[in-house]
Design a protein. Structure first.
Length: 412
């Protein structure tokens, strides 16, 4: 069994050019596990805190003071690594050491452990004999907190090739739809600059409904029938629009406001009109009952909680009790440690809530998430379509396919 011999943290930068941390965990003086922490722009109220006082340097300082506590531990023993972390920071949201450290130490340890035994990372997280590829769910058009003024209020319009039979086909269809949409946007608006949002989706000057129309046209012009070979999804990221004082959703860019009842209708109309397979955070992060109305109305659509659940097992239990959603986003850094996130995945599975493992809008070129998506039996993997930090994760899926250990695509 391997033993951790050293841990080192460093200050680096994410895809937005913001400071973040990277951690190296080395076992037996040989096996390097390494990961860089991502970060979100639309952040849920109850997420783990990325860094104490927003200072990555502070996280690294605390890590330096405590790194000896991890030396000698078995890097594959996630629970022990998590518990050791908890002796340093026992706060619910990792406000002392920073969720980014919890994220990075636990994943780098598993990465190091996987290298020490020469198996792919997903294998170390799950020995299930029926692992499948989650369908890549990719952002093709960005707005909201991920793109500038003039873009839609809706944060993300996504594509998923849910009729594809292989992971390569599913990835290539997403590329094709993204490209086709680019052509449509350029034709419609000669001044379109090919500008893209934080996750690589196009960022055109369009209202929500126009944007959805263009995305639907892109799929149809390629000969796909929406809801059949290819489906659209939307991350409404509604907490961005929710105004607590007014008790309304304020769509500043489009110029209208929705009461909570109107918001349900607004989302339901989009789900129906565009035959969405996937609808994330269609209401704000505290609106469990309104989410439950949508979940009941659309049992065949992935009515997904992201800010609503923040990868928090206790919040998930509450959501499950009121049947607020049938799918859950899993973002390790929202939870903190990989151990926390896997506990969340267990609880979701126990409650028949489908898992969608997701990137953050501020990412690194790491690709451990592709393994985590497979090991948690995620139905979809929300990792973008283009941009180096997004492609890195898609390319890793293709490398994984070479092992021949994965039995085709997930059943959604
Ligand atoms: C989301 C994510 C990823 P962010 O809202 O689902 O797409 O964005 O990382 O900014 O929270
Ligand atoms: Mg989201």
């Amino acid at each position: 069994m391997a033993r951790i011999t050293s841990i080192r943290g460093r200050l680096l930068y994410n895809s937005r050019g913001n400071k973040t941390i990277e951690i190296d965990v080395i076992s037996d003086n040989t096996h390097l596990g390494r990961i860089c922490a991502p970060s979100g722009a639309s952040v849920g109220k109850h997420e783990a805190i990325s860094f104490p006082e927003n200072k990555p340097e502070k996280s690294l300082e605390i890590l330096r003071e405590n790194e000896k506590k991890f030396v000698g531990l078995d890097p594959s023993n996630l629970k022990l690594i998590h518990e050791t972390l908890r002796t340093i920071d026992s706060t619910g949201n990792y406000s002392k050491i920073g969720g980014s450290i919890a994220f990075a130490i636990t994943i780098a340890s598993i990465d190091s452990a996987a290298k020490s035994v020469g198996v792919p990372l997903f294998r170390l997280l799950s020995n299930d004999s029926d692992l499948r590829f989650p369908f890549p769910l990719g952002n093709i058009l960005g707005g909201g907190a991920h793109a500038g003024p003039g873009t839609p209020d809706i944060q993300e319009i996504l594509v998923c090739a849910n009729g594809s039979k292989t992971i390569r086909e599913a990835i290539e269809v997403n590329f094709a739809v993204h490209k086709e949409l680019g052509k449509i946007l350029a034709k419609r608006e000669p001044s379109f600059t090919n500008g893209r949002g934080d996750e690589g989706g196009w960022a055109p000057r369009l209202k929500n409904d126009e944007a959805l129309e263009m995305c639907a046209s892109a799929c149809e012009q390629l000969g796909f029938t929406l809801g059949k070979e290819v489906s659209l999804g939307v991350d409404f990221a509604s907490s961005t629009q929710w105004n607590e004082k007014k008790k309304k959703y304020v769509y500043e860019r489009a110029g209208f406001e929705n009461t909570p009842e109107e918001q349900i209708e607004f989302a339901a109309n989009i789900i129906k009109k565009y035959k969405l397979a996937y609808a994330e955070d269609a209401v704000h992060e505290e609106a469990f009952d309104e989410m439950a109305i949508l979940a009941e109305k659309f049992p065949n659509v992935l009515i997904t909680g992201d800010d609503l659940l923040v990868t928090n097992t206790e919040i998930l239990k509450r959501a499950a009790r009121v049947k607020a959603c049938n799918a859950a986003i899993l973002k390790v850094n929202q939870a903190g440690s990989l151990y926390d996130a896997l506990e969340f995945a267990k609880e979701a599975t126990k409650n028949n809530i489908k898992i969608i493992t997701s990137h953050r809008s501020g990412e690194s070129v790491d690709s451990h998430i592709s393994h985590i998506g497979i090991a948690t039996k995620s139905k979809m993997l929300k990792i973008g379509v283009v941009g180096g930090e997004r492609i890195a994760k898609l390319n890793e899926l293709l490398r994984i396919a070479e092992h021949g250990l994965i039995r085709g695509m997930a059943e959604i």
